[in-house]
Design a protein around this ligand. Structure first.
Ligand code: 3Y8
Ligand code: NAP
Length: 251
């Protein structure tokens, strides 16, 4: 059976995989949640919006006769990944995650690991600092209970409502970023603490590199738990899986 792929997108790796799949002439569609106004252009057909939970995804897989799902979503997109595991098990669809290892501290890094947004919030319950909060828009309000800090907020789209921080500056910019630009940004705003998700990969790493060079502490938010699934860590491995998983399905 000819592969008919669904790529769950929204990351640098998903974009790279979409390019490789297109160049290989494989039939595929890449899917986004619709979180931002202008998702990156893709060489593949795009669908935008949720599937409607596990059952919605299972219905989609059957209706579109998807043969392989590559979950290339961000490590913090835990609900989407859990739904992919459940829906692929329900429908017997081959599934692999194209993911990236968590960052680990290098020499000179000064990280404080926290287990999630609520622990990050508790760790910010301290005298006023100048915080670079580069965790996106969806969890901004979680940080409102610490108005004593100055916040440098980096968002993909302009906020629809003013952020609930008395002292903040909004930077509308999508990644990938560079360490030099992030270092200049931190110096310009006299940042003394960086809050980051442990995204892994390269697209969000610039601020970690910049913080190290400036000797700044980082509040590193560890990833949410995701159910067991097959994982690959490069586009080449994902392409190899596609080439072989199809035959496995047939047996
Ligand atoms: C909608 C659509 C590509 C993909 C690029 C990667 C890298 C650049 C860095 C900082 C950290 C953050 C955020 C970030 C990065 C890549 C990747 C990545 C972090 C886009 C995209 C979508 C999203 C969703 C968006 C979230 C937000 C998170 C901003 C596309 C541009 C902070 C994650 O306004 C919102 O609602 C934004 C929502 C989920 C996290 C949050 O909680 O707000 N990403 N980002 C996807 C969809 O609709 O399905 O691909 O253009 C993609 C990218 N963002 O092709 O080059 O691979 O990680 N994205 C984090 O890591 O902390 C920014 O500022 O330093
Ligand atoms: P999430 O919390 O795991 O998912 C919430 C719901 O959004 C899902 O149940 C699904 O809705 C829908 N959804 C998520 N990803 C989707 C996709 N690729 N295609 C179609 N529907 C999707 O997801 P999230 O953390 O909001 O992330 C949303 C998107 O942003 C993903 O594409 C992710 O790769 C990207 N992203 C997220 C982060 C982050 O920090 N969370 C960082 C970079 C990029 P239904 O239940 O209706 O199917």
């Amino acid at each position: 059976m000819q592969p008919n792929l669904l790529i769950l997108g929204g990351t640098t790796e998903a974009t790279a995989l979409a390019k490789a799949v297109h160049e290989a002439g494989l039939r595929a569609i890449i899917s986004f949640a619709g979180r931002v106004e202008r998702p990156a252009r893709q060489p593949l057909q795009r669908r935008i919006g949720g599937f409607g939970g596990v059952d919605g995804l299972a219905r989609y897989l059957r209706a579109e006769q998807i043969t392989h799902v590559i979950d290339a979503t961000h490590p913090f997109a835990a609900q989407m990944s859990a739904h992919a595991v459940a829906a692929c098990a329900q429908t017997g669809t081959a599934l692999v995650a194209l993911t990236r290892a968590p960052w680990s501290p290098q020499k000179g890094d000064n990280w404080q690991h926290v287990g999630g947004m609520d622990e990050a919030l508790a760790a910010l319950d301290r005298p006023a600092r100048r915080v670079m909060l580069a965790v996106g828009r969806m969890h901004l309000d979680d940080f409102a209970p610490n108005p004593q800090h100055f916040y440098l907020l980096r968002l993909v789209d302009p906020p629809k409502t003013p952020p609930a921080f008395p002292d903040h500056h909004v930077l509308v910019s999508r990644g990938p970023f560079t360490a030099d630009a992030d270092r200049a940004l931190m110096q310009r705003f006299d940042i003394d603490l960086v809050v980051s998700k442990n995204a892994g990969g390269t697209g969000a790493y610039a601020k970690i590199d910049a913080a190290r060079r400036l000797g700044l502490p980082v509040l590193m938010i560890d990833r949410p738990a995701i159910p067991e699934r097959a994982e690959v860590f490069s586009v080449a491995e994902a392409m190899d899986w596609i080439a072989h998983a199809g035959t496995l399905r047939g047996v």
